[in-house]
Design a protein around this ligand. Structure first.
Ligand SMILES: [Zn+2]
Length: 380
């Protein structure tokens, strides 16, 4: 195992990146973290749910408990890399490899920041880490399950910072204090196939599908919510697969996605889609089914003392103030928000999940200084 130093996050980042922890594999990454945290005085607990290994570590007994959260799993590297995606080599000041941006380097920065902060003495409260191997996958046996276990044990987290790559053009330019929700739905209409010249003998599923989609698109979901743009529904595919011009097809299918703000829940949106599709199907005398392929809730942490503290720490470390935003995809913060105020702050997301994923070495070092500034201000 590579022996990381506690002042430079890069050796620890490289050690983590050299473990091929493709979801849900731990591949030794959590072991490295455990052996980095224990000498600092952390009590480390591992939580295994199904095939997923998770880690929760805490230093200190008292409130407030500040938690760093994230994931050591990575998406599969795919083909076409210029070098081994798990070599974690540095070229021209850039660290290349799967997990460079999303988000092993950020975890290394958190641990380094904590080690540096502890040189000043024990925190007036507790520092904890909540790390999973199941963020990029189903996200069922990961953060969500650990939070439930911690709650059952009476463990309380007061504030949480997730190290997802949130920065856009320049590292430190964006903090996410919320995320939109997302809902993917497939609508199937099943009619009766027949000759187009004898429509009374067939039941065309295309007509109620079009009616359903038109009704769904016609509704203004909202005009925005605090911190969010308006919610939006997009039809992403309409499929009949009918090669013949003179045949009424048996089945018509549509796929849609809704990105929504805190005005909505997946359940309420789904009920609305069901009602709309059901009414159209009934009018046309066809059957309908809905399938949900993914769903996540929207969350929002109100700007206040916690976000002010993060903004001040970023400004100190990076020399410019970040913006608060709620854009982008989902993360495990959607589960943490049920427990405590949560925000996300990490590196640039430009190459996350891409071939030749990389991050500037100096950015990781600055992020570590930023996280240290967060701890210093939090326990001041
Ligand atoms: Zn991530």
């Amino acid at each position: 195992m590579d022996a990381p130093t506690i002042t430079d996050p890069i050796p620890l980042a490289q050690a983590l990146m050299r473990r091929p922890s493709v979801t849900p594999l731990e591949a030794g990454a959590l072991d490295i973290i455990e052996s980095a945290l224990k000498p600092l005085g952390f009590r480390v607990r591992r939580y295994k749910f199904g095939a997923v290994d998770n880690l929760y570590a805490r230093l200190g007994e008292h409130a407030p408990n500040f938690c760093f959260a994230g994931h050591v799993d990575v998406v599969p590297p795919g083909e076409g890399w210029a070098a081994d995606p798990f070599a974690a080599n540095i070229r021209d000041g850039l660290l290349y490899g799967r997990g460079a941006a999303d988000m092993k380097t950020a975890i290394a920065a958190m641990i380094t920041a904590t080690a540096d902060f502890l040189k000043r003495g024990a925190p007036k409260g507790s520092i904890s880490f909540l790390l999973t191997c199941d963020e990029e996958g189903p996200a069922v046996d990961g953060t969500k399950a650990v939070l439930a276990a911690l709650q059952a044990e009476g463990e309380k987290i007061d504030h949480c910072l997730v190290g997802e790559p949130t920065s856009e053009h320049r590292v430190g330019d964006m903090i996410k204090n919320g995320r939109r929700g997302s809902l993917n739905v497939v609508i199937n209409m099943d009619g009766k196939q027949g000759h187009v010249a004898y429509p009374h003998r067939a039941r065309n599923p295309v007509t109620p599908l079009i009616e359903t989609l038109a009704a769904l698109k016609a509704r203004t979901l909202d005009n925005g919510a605090p911190g969010f743009d308006a919610s939006n529904l997009e039809v992403t595919s309409v499929d009949v697969g009918n090669g013949a011009h003179n045949v009424i097809a048996q089945r018509a299918t549509a796929k849609l996605n809704i990105r929504f703000n805190t005005n909505h829940t997946p359940e309420a949106l789904l009920a609305w889609i069901e009602d709309t599709a059901s009414a159209a199907a009934q009018r046309a005398g066809v059957a309908h089914t809905l399938a949900v392929t993914s769903r996540s809730v929207a969350f929002y942490t109100d700007p206040g003392p916690f976000t002010d503290l993060l903004v001040a720490a970023v400004t100190e470390a990076f020399g410019a103030a970040p913006v608060l935003a709620t854009t982008g995809g989902t993360s495990d913060a959607r589960y943490i928000r049920d427990v405590c105020p949560v925000a996300e702050l990490g590196l640039r997301n430009e190459t996350a999940h891409m071939v030749d994923e990389h991050v500037a070495v100096e950015d990781v070092r600055t992020l570590a200084r930023c996280y240290e500034a967060v701890l210093r201000r939090y326990f001041a």
